[in-house]
Write a protein that binds this ligand. Structure first.
Ligand SMILES: NC(=O)c1ccc[n+]([C@@H]2O[C@H](COP(=O)([O-])OP(=O)(O)OC[C@H]3O[C@@H](n4cnc5c(N)ncnc54)[C@H](O)[C@@H]3O)[C@@H](O)[C@H]2O)c1
Length: 257
């Protein structure tokens, strides 16, 4: 019989979480630990990883958390994350991501474009590529990419972020298609607004008028990050064994507007 949900859903499993120092990634890492996983937590800000380790030790009694500080857009960081998992990798949550200042197509600069693509798309691609051999050899694994409402529409961000978050959905489906028959599932969660530390300021007056008006009229209030972690964990767990290649909006109904 397949395992039922509840405490211990991830007992004995190793899961990598990027962006684990804050917001959705942090909630995901803590809940995974609470449900029995061994977590490899990665983030570009080392102090945030130290805080996470303290929280895991004091609130959950977990002293086995492995942390990796580094920029996910750099190849060498990907190698260090995989090494920290020490062979066994049951799950990967690609959560780290950055916004783009809402710069519309005529205003986006090369630096913003490259940074957003590197962190939101190329980093997750390289890390996925790096964990796939271990998952395929073990006969299965679950990958969850944190997409966005900006994977579904153009009015939730600028050009670079919207493009990166649409692209990660295509990449998610590609992994699902090619490796589903071998037991590896890949799915995406598309959050609406979430109360985190993400830098969401608009750097374009035009975007503030054009996108600002649409968002003001339709956007639900921000959700606590724990609600997003719940969706990520469901897709990482055996509770979703029959689900592969989907984009799950967790957005208070925004995508239905
Ligand atoms: N907050 C929202 O409203 C919202 C909405 C839709 C989608 N998202 C997505 O959710 C994900 C998590 O964002 P969040 O809201 O929790 O933000 P957050 O800023 O609170 O947390 C993101 C974490 O990722 C880390 N990070 C940033 N760049 C990195 C890099 N180059 N390498 C490694 N780590 C890096 C940050 O240091 C931070 O700790 C992102 O992919 C974001 O695009 C967020």
């Amino acid at each position: 019989m397949e395992q039922a949900s509840g405490a211990g859903r991830f007992a004995g499993r190793t899961v990598i979480v990027t962006g684990a120092g804050s917001g959705i990634g942090r909630s995901t890492a803590l809940r995974l630990i609470a449900e029995g996983a061994g977590v490899v937590a990665a983030d570009v800000i080392p102090d945030r990883l130290d805080e996470l380790a303290d929280q895991a030790a004091h609130e959950l009694g977990d002293s086995a958390l492995r942390t990796v500080a580094g920029d996910i857009a750099q190849r060498e960081t990907v190698g260090r994350i995989v090494d920290a998992a020490e062979g066994r990798i049951d799950g990967l949550a690609n959560v780290a991501g950055v916004m783009d200042g809402f710069l519309p197509p005529a205003e986006v600069d090369d630096g913003t474009w490259d940074r957003v693509m590197g962190i939101n798309l190329t980093g997750p691609m390289r890390l996925t590529r790096a964990v796939l051999p271990a998952m395929l050899e073990a006969g299965g694994g679950a990958i969850v990419n944190v997409a966005s409402e900006a994977s579904l529409r153009a009015s939730a961000s600028g050009a670079a972020y919207t493009t990166s978050k649409h692209a990660i959905v295509g990449y998610t489906k590609s992994v699902a298609f090619y490796y589903g028959p071998q037991g590896v599932r890949a799915n995406a969660v598309a959050p609406g607004p979430v109360a985190t530390n993400i830098e969401g300021a608009m750097r374009s007056e035009f975007a503030a008028q054009r996108a600002g008006a649409v968002m003001q009229a339709t956007m639900p209030p921000p959700a606590p990050p724990e609600r997003l972690a719940a969706a990520v964990l469901w897709l990482l767990s055996d509770d979703s064994l029959n689900v592969n290649g989907v984009v799950l909006p967790s957005d208070g109904g925004w995508s239905a507007v």
